[in-house]
Design a protein around this ligand. Structure first.
Ligand SMILES: Cc1cc2nc3c(=O)[nH]c(=O)nc-3n(C[C@H](O)[C@H](O)[C@H](O)COP(=O)(O)OP(=O)(O)OC[C@H]3O[C@@H](n4cnc5c(N)ncnc54)[C@H](O)[C@@H]3O)c2cc1C
Length: 236
């Protein structure tokens, strides 16, 4: 799996701070950027993060290339509607090399690996035969499994990224999309550390876990916080 930050809004932290300042300042919006020092940008962003005033974050966009991931990952990541995707087409591109994702749980087990790899080999050989029979790529691909590798270019604005990280960096998310999300988080934190200061799974953002009974237990759930509070109150 490879994740690369291809491009992003110039000076993303400054543009978000300038957009937010436009809400509170009588200054001419044309001059918002000039009057913002690095120190003021940092203070502004920290205030926005604390207040959860996230709409100005939509002014900064980040574009990634993601490759060597499964079609199973594709099905999950494309559920995030406030994002733009360009995905390698199985209609136009031939699935040439037998590139399939091999989960650790399978690679660790020699018997599981053997039947998994054998099945993939058979599927690939059926795919190749269908193409040889003159079946179009768009129909031959029907035999390809979830494990088939794909690549995409993905753009999200910083607000959507915060939301994406809150769901997909969580230990409840499936390992492959969690690995992609963690890699994306690392990359954006490098270029915009103040924008993504509190980014991560919901527990990192909120300080508690909203997953209820599904919680991994690292952070208290809202219910536990409320129960503790009520217990302390009744003991007073
Ligand atoms: C651990 C986990 C397990 C999952 N399991 C399943 C599953 O079993 N089955 C399944 O189908 N999906 C599953 N999903 C996918 C999940 O239901 C969401 O589709 C996915 O996480 C995208 O989230 P989203 O809609 O909040 O994000 P986005 O589509 O990126 O939207 C961001 C936010 O914009 C707003 N928004 C976007 N579109 C609309 C709209 N049309 N109307 C109103 N508000 C909108 C919402 O506030 C939304 O939270 C799972 C996700 C996770 C993280």
């Amino acid at each position: 799996m490879r994740v690369k930050l291809l491009s992003h809004t110039n000076d993303p932290e400054k543009i978000v701070a300038a957009a937010a300042r436009c809400c509170y300042s009588n200054d001419d919006p044309d001059n918002l950027l000039e009057s913002l020092t690095d120190d003021r940008v940092e203070k502004f962003l920290s205030k926005l993060v604390e207040m959860k005033h996230e709409s100005p974050f939509e002014h900064a966009s980040f574009t990634f290339s993601i490759s060597g991931v499964s079609r199973a990952l594709l099905a999950q990541i494309t559920r995030h509607r406030v994002a733009s995707f360009s995905v390698r087409s199985q209609r136009y591109c031939e699935f040439k090399d037998a590139d399939f994702v091999l989960p650790d749980s399978i690679s660790r087990d020699p018997r599981a690996s053997e039947i998994y790899l054998e099945s993939l080999k058979n599927l690939k050989s059926t795919y190749d035969s269908l193409l040889e029979f003159g079946i179009p790529k768009e129909d031959s691909r029907m035999i390809l499994p979830n494990a088939a590798e794909t690549s995409m270019v993905l753009t999200m604005n910083a607000r959507e990224l915060l939301h994406f990280f809150s769901l997909r960096c969580c230990s409840r998310a499936q390992w492959e999309i969690r690995a992609v999300a963690n890699e994306m988080l690392k990359l954006v934190k490098n270029v915009a550390p103040n924008l993504f200061r509190r980014a991560g799974a919901n527990c990192i953002r909120l300080g508690y876990c909203p997953e209820g009974k599904m919680s991994c237990g690292k952070f208290p759930t809202l219910e536990q916080i409320l129960n503790d509070f009520n217990e302390r109150k009744s003991n007073q």
